[in-house]
Write a protein of this length. Structure first.
Length: 206
């Protein structure tokens, strides 16, 4: 299982001088990520590796986290992320963007941009009501239940509420370019999260 943790820097366009094709890409600063722990089926019940990302001052993390990181000599890091699946890596190894190549199929996970409290048209893609003269139902959600039965609003009803700010995974993405010297990976298309948001890049299972 190939995976790395990074920070979304933003989006830009790349021009192919030969064909003139314009490609929209997301620029992600990923790694280097030291492997700080390896989980095994015999001891943990599943296979996974734990990666650290974004070095920080020791005073900015708890003593428990610092002791855990010091076991492999990784030093203080702000983020710890597990990537499940079999791996040949060992504690103390370091992962860089060089594990990916242009054309690799990947999926990217992150916390989506929070939109605040939104109505049903924006949050759930409801259609608007008639806009003709006398209409009082232009952006209202409509009926949310009958009175006789169930005499209540059923759980899971699509209604207005907080939108975004949740974990989201975008699948079907492709690596467009890798710059190992600057620890940058460019992904074709958009990925979840705001600028400077933490994202997880995984290879997509074939």
């Amino acid at each position: 299982m190939k995976g790395i943790v990074g920070k979304k820097l933003g989006m830009t366009q790349l021009f192919d001088p030969e064909s003139g094709v314009v490609t929209s890409v997301t620029v992600i600063e990923a790694g280097p990520c030291p492997v700080v722990h390896v989980r095994k089926p015999e001891t943990d019940g599943y296979e996974a590796i734990q990666l650290a990302f974004e070095p920080v001052a020791e005073r900015k993390i708890t003593k428990g986290e610092l002791g855990h990181l010091r076991k492999t000599g990784a030093g203080a890091h702000r983020h710890l992320v597990e990537f499940r699946g079999p791996s040949e890596l060992a504690s103390g190894d370091t992962i860089t963007v060089a594990i990916f190549q242009p054309g690799d199929k990947i999926k990217v996970s992150g916390i989506s941009i929070g939109k605040g409290y939104q109505g049903t048209i924006k949050r759930h893609n409801f259609a608007s009501g008639p806009k003709s003269h006398g209409s009082h139902n232009v952006r209202k959600p409509g009926s949310i239940g009958a009175s006789a039965w169930p005499s209540r609003v059923m759980k899971g009803m699509k209604m207005a509420g907080r939108m975004g700010g949740k974990r989201a995974t975008q699948v079907g993405l492709t690596v467009h370019e890798v710059d190992a010297e600057r620890n940058v990976i460019m992904v074709k298309g958009a990925v979840p999260g705001p600028k400077n948001g933490i994202v997880e890049i995984r290879e997509e299972a074939r």
